[in-house]
Ligand binder design. Structure first.
Ligand code: 173
Length: 323
């Protein structure tokens, strides 16, 4: 080969490898964890989000999903994202109330995330997360999924006197207001607590009790369901600020896609109620007046608790989320 062409090819190769390494330098990897066990109800959609971002984000952004509570204990996930031990988290507000007490109010919103994005509710909640948890409030999932109290002792009125109930901050004040004794545990400890009879019941959403085998140690479900689940996707604020426009767009577009998956919850809830029935879990249902009183109590106790721990933010949050 002509000497000049060899030089030309060599130069082209150098130029090409330079471009490739520049492109690689722009690809960022975010480390992510979930506060819920891998593959279970409240991690599943987040895991679909991770897979989709990774498929679409080649050369732009990748998410390294480290996993569930074996990586970071559920009640420490908020702090891990705040301090950037991880960059991205799938976690419920109830698990980081130690750092941000008003996160307990997220379960009390009465609007879809889509509506809250338009009304300014999302922007307010995001601002609170920026300030209090050094994080960006990327997405909220499961707004249309209620919580229940599951019991192993039958009750003949909405009164938990004499009962020990496993809780998180979601249910604690409500259960106590109804006379129950509360024991706070992470989801991973619920099965053993029930099996050993340490608790007579537990709070949990309508979805997900089959994931960890709880149907074998559950007799009753108190109806109606109350509040709305929030499982939030948070990004460490410094990590968020370091991203370029294309990277943020990738995450935002997929966050909206993730929120859209909530439409699947409607048929899923029906299937799960049928499955609970087949597993022998009996609903405990009271008359309309008692049910309405229970729901009213849940709302009243919920907002009173948020306002007690966050006197200024509480009423404002109520205005923004439950208008
Ligand atoms: O019961 C819980 O552990 C809890 O607070 C929760 C919150 C959101 C989804 C699932 C469980």
């Amino acid at each position: 080969m002509h000497r000049q062409s060899i030089v030309r090819i060599a130069l082209a190769a150098i130029a090409l490898s330079f471009c490739v390494s520049l492109a690689n330098a722009q690809e960022t990897t975010l480390r992510a964890v979930s506060a819920f066990a891998e593959g279970t109800q409240f991690s599943k959609n987040f895991e679909r989000f991770v897979a989709k971002v990774n498929a679409e984000g080649k050369g732009v952004l990748q998410i390294n999903y480290i996993g569930g509570p074996r990586a970071v204990p559920p009640f420490e996930v908020g702090n891990a994202v705040r301090t950037r031990v991880i960059d991205l988290a799938n976690v419920t507000g109830a698990f980081y109330t130690n750092l941000m007490p008003e996160a307990d109010g997220l379960k009390l919103s009465t609007h879809s995330q889509d509506e809250l994005r338009k009304s300014g509710g999302w922007a307010y909640v995001n601002q609170l997360h920026n300030q209090k948890l050094n994080s960006w409030y990327l997405a909220r999932q499961f707004y249309n999924v209620p919580f229940h109290i599951y019991l192993n002792k039958k009750i003949d009125k909405v009164d938990f006197t004499g009962l020990k109930i496993r809780v998180t901050p979601v249910y604690k004040d409500l259960v106590e207001a109804l006379g129950g004794v509360t024991i706070t545990t992470a989801p991973g400890e619920v099965y053993t607590a029930l099996e050993r009879g340490v608790v007579d019941g537990y709070g949990w959403p309508v979805l997900g009790i089959f994931d960890l085998g709880w149907q074998t140690v559950t007799k009753y479900r108190l109806d109606p369901g109350f509040y709305n689940v929030d499982v939030d996707v948070l990004v460490n604020l410094d990590a968020w600020k370091s991203l370029n426009d294309a990277q943020r767009k990738l995450l935002n577009d997929n966050a909206l896609w993730l929120e859209g998956l909530d439409a699947e919850n409607v048929p899923l809830i029906q299937q799960e109620l049928d499955k609970q029935k087949q597993a022998g879990i009996q609903p405990i249902v009271f008359d309309k007046a008692a049910s309405d009183a229970f729901l009213q109590k849940a709302q009243d106790v919920g907002w009173a608790s948020v306002t007690k721990v966050a006197p200024e933010v509480g009423p404002k949050l109520r205005q923004m989320l439950a208008y």
